[in-house]
Write a new protein. Structure first.
Length: 328
């Protein structure tokens, strides 16, 4: 089979598409014939080993997993003898922020990490939404979200941001989305109640007050967003921030309320991928979620896909099509 490998940390230029043996599943695993995968922020961080904190999971000096990729959709080709919930021919999808080695024609995975694809979406849509929904949901479950609250989403056109807008609307929240003028119609189509063009307006100087600010691109800060937070409001960022401040401020702000005017931060440590996937499957089946797909590449073009994602300008998700002619 063909697979994309990197034996050290570095830029997208070190990625190699090579021929290697097809993996053999253990008794508790299934072999997946991959039809689509993606390149996302998780993959880019794993490739470069940055921020350095990520190496605790991916490998201190070199990658634990040589094959890249964390998201997939495909068909079960073979099952281990102990597998009971899946059978050959099942169409499945999945994600793991620790890596799945999904940038190849085949991969093996434990039974509990593969989930049946909803019947009402394409294979590209299936692989597109998981990472974004998982991280967006881990913003939401860090706060006491209630219907009618006002939430601002910075970076509303990215994989996390576009997912956050849709999830927040599902939970009946008033959403103000921040994006560029050219993407306003897209963001409104996702359900945003109001949209701020960050090029013409500094959202941190808005006259509106929000219960929560979800900085899904990590380009602002608690200190900049403090003035637009309501009393008791919370700022959450997908990025560690300057000198990793977003890791430490959640432990500081609750205890110095007078200094921060009872405003706090939280960090969206991702957890419980299964819960996120079951949620996205439910929303897709109910036609209440639609993953935004920017563009598609082939395995042979994967270095270019990484470079594009690293620019930070993508709309939603970037898909890698592996095999698709016989997948309906």
């Amino acid at each position: 089979m063909k697979a994309v490998v990197h034996k050290k940390y570095g830029s997208p230029d070190i990625l190699q598409l090579i021929d290697m043996k097809k993996p053999v599943p253990s008794d508790d695993e299934v072999l997946i014939k991959i039809y689509a995968t993606s390149v996302n922020r998780t993959d880019c961080a794993s490739l470069r080993g940055k921020p350095l904190l990520t190496r605790v999971a991916t490998g201190i000096f070199k990658p634990k997993l040589e094959i890249s990729g964390s998201e997939f959709s495909g068909i079960v080709e073979e099952t281990g003898k102990n597998v009971t919930s899946l059978k050959k021919g099942d169409k499945v999808f999945g994600f793991d922020d620790q890596g799945l080695e999904s940038h190849g024609e085949y991969m093996k995975i434990s039974e509990e990490k593969a989930f049946i694809i909803p019947k009402n979406i394409s294979v590209e849509q299936a692989t597109a939404g998981i990472e974004g929904v998982h991280y967006a949901y881990n913003f939401i479950n860090k706060v006491d979200l209630k219907a009618g609250q006002r939430v601002l989403v910075n970076g509303a056109t990215g994989a996390i941001g576009s997912s956050a807008v849709q999830l927040l609307k599902y939970f009946k929240v008033h959403v103000t989305a921040v994006c560029s003028e050219k993407n306003i119609n897209l963001v409104k189509s996702l359900g945003a109640d109001e949209v701020i063009d960050y090029i013409s307006e500094d959202f941190t100087k808005s006259n509106q007050k929000f219960q929560y600010v979800f900085d899904t691109v990590g380009k602002s800060s608690f200190f900049k967003c403090g003035p637009i937070l309501k009393n008791g409001g919370v700022y959450i960022s997908s990025d560690l921030g300057y000198m990793a401040q977003n890791l430490f401020l959640p432990f500081i702000t609750p205890f110095i309320k007078f200094l921060f005017k009872n405003k706090k931060t939280a960090f969206p440590f991702p957890a419980n991928i299964k819960r996120s996937i079951l949620l996205i499957r439910k929303l897709i089946e109910e036609e209440k979620f639609h993953a935004v797909v920017d563009r598609s590449y082939t395995l042979e073009e994967i270095s270019e896909a990484y470079k594009y994602v690293e620019k930070g300008e993508k709309l939603g998700n970037v898909i890698i099509t592996v095999v698709h002619s016989d997948f309906k």
